[in-house]
Design a protein around this ligand. Structure first.
Ligand SMILES: CC(C)(COP(=O)(O)OP(=O)(O)OC[C@H]1O[C@@H](n2cnc3c(N)ncnc32)[C@H](O)[C@@H]1OP(=O)(O)O)[C@@H](O)C(=O)NCCC(=O)NCCS
Length: 201
């Protein structure tokens, strides 16, 4: 039976929890091996490299690169557990760790002022299908904000979808960010918005 949201626990992504991260991401069969590397890179791989490597090789490379970043302490995220089973994930990190957003046209056009504060991003969620709609993503978001607070806080931004079922729901849903005190700053594409909140240490 699927548990109630209150029964979830969370842990920080680290070399110690790598095995759980791997287990969770191997469940994401539809995504054919996404290892949450997209936002760590400035842009897509050059065409020549994409042609040279098979899909399997690209996925293997993403997995290795992710592990390397985690071991260096340069990749952050929250794993959500139901009992000891990893069932959900949320990626967060300082701006420099997730630079892909900066290279997007919409983001550049917004020319946002960071008010001299350290900028954090929350870029990706994924919840095991069996556990969706039961608060796992919400638990991940709360834990990510708590981690950011412990790390000194700052300006936190995210890019959630405005309605359930909209594309790009890996950014999470607006209602869950609003419940945590985020405010909408600007539209971010057709179905998403950019939200921000200052988290004090
Ligand atoms: C979007 C997603 C993370 C939500 O996780 P969840 O654990 O079901 O979310 P929660 O139960 O904590 O609910 C949070 C809010 O999101 C809403 N929500 C649930 N599913 C959603 C969806 N598919 N799209 C948008 N919002 C959704 C809920 O209604 C809730 O809002 P409410 O409090 O106003 O009712 C989950 O559906 C998912 O993993 N989708 C696939 C994302 C993906 O493909 N990621 C991989 C990219 S490589």
């Amino acid at each position: 039976m699927t548990p109630e949201p209150s029964s979830y626990s969370t842990r920080e992504l680290s070399s110690r929890t790598w095995g759980d991260f791997e287990k969770l991401f191997r469940k994401k069969s539809k995504w054919g091996g996404c290892w949450c590397m997209i936002f760590h890179r400035l842009g897509p791989l050059p065409k020549s490299e994409r042609r040279r490597l098979t899909k399997e090789q690209r996925v293997g490379r993403d997995r290795r690169d992710k592990k390397e970043l985690i071991d260096k302490g340069s990749s952050h995220g929250i794993l959500v557990y139901s009992d000891e089973e990893p069932v959900g994930w949320c990626q967060y990190g300082p701006k420099w760790e997730l630079p892909r957003i900066d290279s997007g046209r919409i983001y550049k056009e917004l020319s946002l002022d960071n008010e001299g504060k350290k900028l954090w991003r929350i870029t990706c969620f994924w919840v095991d299908r069996k556990y969706r709609g039961r608060g796992a993503a919400t638990a991940a978001l709360k834990a990510a904000l708590n981690s950011i607070k412990k790390k000194g806080g700052g300006l936190v931004e995210a890019y959630p979808a405005t309605h359930k079922g909209f594309p790009a729901d890996w950014f999470g849903n607006l209602s869950m960010f609003k419940k945590e005190g985020f405010e909408v700053v600007a539209p971010f594409g057709k179905s998403n918005v950019l939200v921000r909140q200052t988290i004090m240490p």
